[in-house]
Design a protein around this ligand. Structure first.
Ligand SMILES: *Cc1c(COP(=O)(O)O)cnc(C)c1O
Length: 368
């Protein structure tokens, strides 16, 4: 991957999702696009039941297992439907009618998860930071948990509000379920603390249309209600995620990203880089004398998504136009929060964040 300035057409991309992919992954995919792995066809044009695809799929799973040190009693699934489908499918699989499921809501995506869960279970908001406009995480002591709940659900990184759990909360014997769509693989993880981890791919793994799910095997045995096979995680696990035709392209790209992550030094190295990138950007915001502001409590600020506002919102349009002209894309914030947002996932190099920080400092000087 060429370090430094991108070429004229490919700019630094701060999109929240679908997000920037590692340039090395894109180049490799491009080089192999027409003729993949000796198949005399692209990876998108061969049977998912063929040897070449099966070998790729097995390697992608093994690389992910290596990267996160996933214990043997967890299944790894490569599914479809986006994280949103699994907001609904998780309670369908894990929670009986009328049984309580605890949700800790720290932003927009947690809210969505609760809403979808209400159809098949009795979600209980055990804690919420809505009253702080999702700028904090309620302290663990304040959570109203039920020891008989089907599970406790958290969103480890709230992509829109820029709030991230600094550590994994303890939920005793109740399985912890985590939507990690926007921070999976960004730091080392103790998978054994979780019942289920799931992540839509388009933030930190690959293209959209793929969901990676890590499920503790005992949870696959739960059968709270009859379900069509296609909605049962146990069926997908038994079929190695090939109950029907998987997202073959997404799976392949995820595999290339996992390999790239291994070459880079894995989650420990990603954590070091992500810390450095986030510190740099928050440093510019906090050091701007109020020109830029991030409202999130410092201890729970996201290392992946950095929302910030300008002291004068009438400058927003100018900021966006000038940043684009400077080769810095997709900085517009989500409408729920307003202002700007820079998403700086694993694929975003330090150079991109430096370029953004330089632009922001210069912009503040000119408009301050
Ligand atoms: C993007 C995102 C989602 C939604 O993903 P879809 O693939 O669009 O369903 C859910 N949760 C989090 C934390 C996200 O960042």
């Amino acid at each position: 991957m060429p370090d430094g300035k991108p070429d004229m057409t490919r700019a630094w991309n701060f999109s929240a999702g679908p997000a920037a992919l590692p340039e090395a992954v894109l180049r490799r995919a491009q080089a192999e696009l027409l003729e993949w792995n000796g198949a005399r066809a692209s990876v998108m044009e061969v049977s998912h039941r063929g040897k070449a695809f099966e070998a790729m799929a097995a390697r992608a799973e093994q690389d992910l297992r290596d990267l996160l040190a996933i214990p043997a009693n967890y299944a790894v699934l490569f599914l479809q439907g986006g994280a949103t489908q699994h907001f609904a499918q998780i309670p369908m699989n894990l929670c009986a009618d009328g049984q309580r499921a605890d949700y800790v809501v720290t932003g927009h995506w947690g809210e969505k998860a609760v809403t979808e869960a209400a159809v098949y279970s009795r979600p209980h908001v055990a804690a919420s930071s809505a009253t702080s406009n999702y700028t904090s995480i309620p302290p663990r002591e304040s959570w109203d948990l039920d020891a008989h709940a089907a599970y406790v659900h958290i969103t480890t990184n709230e992509t829109i509000h820029g709030v991230e759990f600094p550590a994994i909360p303890d939920t005793g014997g109740v399985p912890l379920i985590a939507d990690m769509s926007s921070d999976i693989l960004s730091r080392p993880l103790d998978v054994s603390r979780f019942g289920v981890i799931y992540a839509g791919a388009q933030k930190n793994i690959g293209p959209s249309g793929l969901v990676v799910m890590i499920v503790r095997e005992d949870l696959l045995q739960r059968t709270p209600r009859p379900l069509p096979k296609i909605f049962r995680y146990a069926e997908h696990a038994a079929a190695h995620s090939m109950l029907n035709t998987p997202n073959t392209w997404g799976w392949h790209l995820a595999g290339l990203t996992f390999r790239w992550l291994k070459e880079q030094g894995g989650p420990a190295e990603m954590e070091r880089r992500n810390r450095a990138k986030a510190d740099l950007l928050y440093g510019v915001i906090d050091g701007s004398g109020g020109f830029y502001k991030n409202p999130v409590e410092p201890a729970v600020r996201s290392r992946m998504n950095v929302p910030f506002t300008l002291h004068d919102p009438s400058l927003d349009a100018v900021f966006l136009r000038e940043s684009e002209d400077a080769g810095l894309l997709a900085l517009k914030g989500h409408r729920a929060v307003g202002g700007m947002r820079a998403s700086i996932y694993n694929a975003t190099p330090l150079e991109a964040v430096r370029a953004l920080c330089d632009f922001m400092a210069d912009f503040a000087k000119r408009h301050g």
